[in-house]
Ligand binder design. Sequence first.
Ligand code: 13P
Ligand code: SF4
Length: 387
Amino acid sequence: MTLVLDGATAASAEANAACSLENYLALPDQSPGNLLDGRIAAARAKLGATAVILGHHYQRDEVVRFADFTGDSYKLSKTAAATGAQYIVFCGVHFMAESADILAQNGQQVILPDLNAGCSMADMAEISQVEDCWDALERAGLAAETIPVTYINSTAAIKAFCGERGGLVCTSSSARKALEWAFARGKRILFLPDQHLGRNTGHSMGLPLDEMVVWDPWAVQIGSFWGGQSKEQLAASRMLLWKGHCAVHQRFLPSHVDQARAKYPGIEVIVHPECRYEVCQKADALGSTEQLIARVEQAPAGAIFAIGTEIHLVNRLAKRFAPEGKKIVSLDDAGCLCTTMYRISPQHLAWVLENLVEGRVVNRIEVKPDVKHWAKVALDRMLESRD
Ligand code: 13P
Ligand code: SF4
């Protein structure tokens, strides 16, 4: 069948086709005259103050260079909550864009350039598994004295779960404040979904390791009623650590710290608190991405750092601080990239921006209103507990 289109419809069909993602994905990253960069810059300039581009520190250089604001999860959440821009283009991962939408004002729209940019750690806690855990705590008579705290690397549904049950959200830079807030209100914390951040933060506050027990959601499936613990162990615990982790950070091992110290005498080892407890214990300092950057910025010329975090950030810091005489290496020789952060390409960024210029919003992230309410309560508590 042949469709007969009038002039205006044909023109708009042609424009739609031109704006299809496939056409953008065929564009090379680099081309003579940097065609893609020029298109992104031109679209961004046309959008002016109606749009803001937020970029997480793990983004590729070709993308993050266009960010109006860069930051760790905490800083980007605050920036998203404060901006007046109509469109918030989030170059990060899904949970970050969801959090921005939850904190956004009426009329603002949040865009994630590639909807496949998720977070494998966030996927390790499903809301039905968390509800099963809570049911078990209720049966054991422990729920009323337990406060759920979720790392921001989690779905909006889990944030809402925490908000509705008197809990809150934290980021790696606000985890300690969040735990203090929660311990002021309950005897025990259910910490989701990163066991390492929970354990490292609890330990830094003086909690003994044996009072922080792991809740294994998969053990429940094979009949362990109490997530791999006895009822007595649950009752004696101060922290229940969800058995989740970040594959990028869990790769770092204590032996990497020993090797770095042997190779570069005087080296400072700084790592993200998503790394294992044993690695964090051997490191000189822990911090969120923003805090790791600040540590390098404040160091004197000649300082040497091994950094245990995502490789794009480490490489960017190495390049940026080389002229100041600071040497930066990855803690692990191989380095590891966050494949989901990497999904946001300059092609995707050009696609969402040029569509916005044409008045089309693509890849909008919208949290359902019923989830939004309690998730916002949990995020607002995070912002209040840290500042
Ligand atoms: P930051 O909040 O430290 O940027 O961490 C986000 C993250 O996902 C680390 O893996
Ligand atoms: Fe998630 Fe790890 Fe990637 Fe951070 S680095 S976004 S925790 S998978």
